[in-house]
Design a protein around this ligand. Structure first.
Ligand code: GRF
Length: 195
């Protein structure tokens, strides 16, 4: 299956996915990368940059990123550290085929500061969630989760790094399964058909 990755940051998840997809028997190939800002992720594969500030308004940016991603003719889109909310035009085009990875056990700690919020809440266990993107913020049907322990003395970066180690593996497992077998959405639930 053809996969386009959306990124905004360090690109470590993108790098892991590109490396996994380089294996000949991997069920997905990363055919394109789109970023919304200058970022290290841009250098992983050479990316198309669609910056909101280049567009008059959100609707125009929404159309531009939809076109940019559609040009790669993806089967699935993977948001790996993409820090923008995907708009109605994008979701109308790719809805049900957009995966996101979030560094917390949703529905706990949605939004852009999940790791910081988990630490502030004093949780002893956090984790990562891979889910389908819907029109909300981190609210789409959950595909996979894995817990990650919080250690005394953790700060945002130490906990986030520990979570990213798990994310890299979990995201690749889910992308491989979805690329090979698809995903069935039933209301708030999503299932990947078993082999
Ligand atoms: C990941 O933790 C992801 O869950 C969150 O942003 C981070 C991306 O990290 N949305 P990187 O930019 O791939 O290193």
């Amino acid at each position: 299956a053809r996969v386009v990755v959306l990124a905004s940051g360090a690109g470590s998840l993108l790098r892991s996915l590109v490396d996994a997809a380089a294996e000949p028997d991997f069920s997905a190939e990363v055919v394109g990368v789109v970023v919304d800002r200058e970022c290290p992720a841009e250098t992983v594969l050479g990316a198309t940059r669609i910056c909101p500030r280049d567009y008059a308004d959100r609707a125009e940016w929404d159309r531009a990123i939809t076109t940019a991603v559609a040009d790669f003719e993806p089967d699935y889109v993977v948001s790996a550290g993409f820090m923008r909310i995907l708009g109605p035009t994008f979701l109308a085009r790719f809805g049900g085929r957009v995966l996101n990875t979030h560094p917390a056990l949703l529905p706990s700690f949605p939004g852009a500061h999940a790791v910081r919020d988990a630490l502030a809440a004093g949780v002893r266990v956090s984790g990562t969630t891979v889910h389908l993107v819907d029109e909300g913020v981190d609210t789409g049907p959950i595909l996979a989760q894995e817990a990650v322990p919080v250690f005394v003395g953790d700060d945002e970066s130490s906990l986030h790094e520990r979570i990213k180690i798990v994310e890299r593996r979990l995201l690749i497992e889910v992308v491989a399964a979805v690329a090979a077998r698809g995903v069935i959405i039933d209301g708030r639930k999503a299932q990947i058909p078993s082999d």
